[in-house]
Design a protein around this ligand. Structure first.
Ligand SMILES: *Cc1c(COP(=O)(O)O)cnc(C)c1O
Length: 260
């Protein structure tokens, strides 16, 4: 067992005095909500994978998350993932890179990631395949699609997906698993739902040209129930488990159970 890490005053302010207990409680709340949503729409909870998003959670606090049963870490920045991986080299963590990747970071990704959720160009596919081949390994990938049409979001335009999917077999080290999207950030559920529904429809088209593109990585703390209703098979949840990110400019999530 790792020793209990010291928490700084800032960390106690953010995560409470007993983060492991808070994470375990929040994790159970999220799992219960996933199960309730699945029951409501006739799906099995076993068909929805919860990917904990650990970005911005400091490594010493993450040790407590690991103790609370979280062994898959979703990170959006390669440098942060690398720093953490160096610290967690002693633990069997599964690393998912969920954020946009610059081609010059691919060499780092292939050394640590089990899975990549933000494939959005052939140039990136080519570089990933080349570096993976040099490492002698494969990588599970999700193709990111911009379903909201917002200029601020990464991902393929919906109309570019099928031609893109057709080319994926040229990169044998990439194991396409499905599609990923970030919905529009809105309090209007129907606008959010339209993004998820679009991804599901696109998945059905993409599967016709690449039969392994079965999964739908969609839904975050603020919208994962809607995503599950629309067919999500992976939900990427950070703040509902780890509490609000202080630096976040969006997705404030007030319901997590902290510091009481
Ligand atoms: C941060 C992030 C999430 C999780 O968002 P929360 O609001 O913390 O649940 C999911 N997906 C991506 C790509 C992210 O960057």
């Amino acid at each position: 067992m790792p020793a209990t890490p010291e928490l700084s005053p800032d960390e106690i302010a953010r995560f409470g005095a007993d983060p492991a207990a808070a994470f375990a409680t929040n994790l159970k709340l999220v799992r219960d909500r996933i199960a309730a949503t699945c029951r409501r729409c006739g799906r099995s909870p076993d068909d929805v994978h919860l990917l904990p998003v650990t970005k911005t959670v400091p490594a010493n606090v993450l040790r407590l998350a690991y103790a609370a049963g979280i062994s898959e870490f979703g990170e959006n920045k390669l440098q942060e993932a690398r720093d953490k991986q160096a610290i967690f080299a002693d633990l069997p963590i599964r690393w998912s890179i969920i954020g946009h990747l610059q081609t010059n970071k691919v060499k780092y990704l292939v050394k640590l990631a089990t899975e990549f959720h933000a494939l959005d160009s052939l140039r990136l596919a080519d570089e990933l395949n080349r570096r993976l081949d040099a490492e002698g390994r494969d990588l599970d990938v999700f193709v990111q699609v911009n379903t909201s049409g917002e200029a601020s979001k990464y991902g393929l335009a919906p109309g570019d997906l099928v031609p893109f999917a057709r080319r994926l077999s040229e990169y044998p080290r990439l194991k396409p698993r499905g599609l990923m999207t970030l919905a529009i950030f809105s309090t209007e559920t129907e606008r959010v739902r339209r993004c998820f529904r679009l991804l599901r429809n696109l998945r059905d088209h993409a599967m016709a040209v690449h039969s392994d593109l079965t999964q739908l990585s969609m839904g975050m703390s603020g919208d994962f129930e809607t995503a599950i209703e629309e067919g999500a098979t992976v939900v990427r949840v950070g703040q509902a488990i780890f509490g609000a990110r202080p630096t976040s400019d969006r997705h404030y999530w007030p319901d997590a159970n902290f510091g009481s």
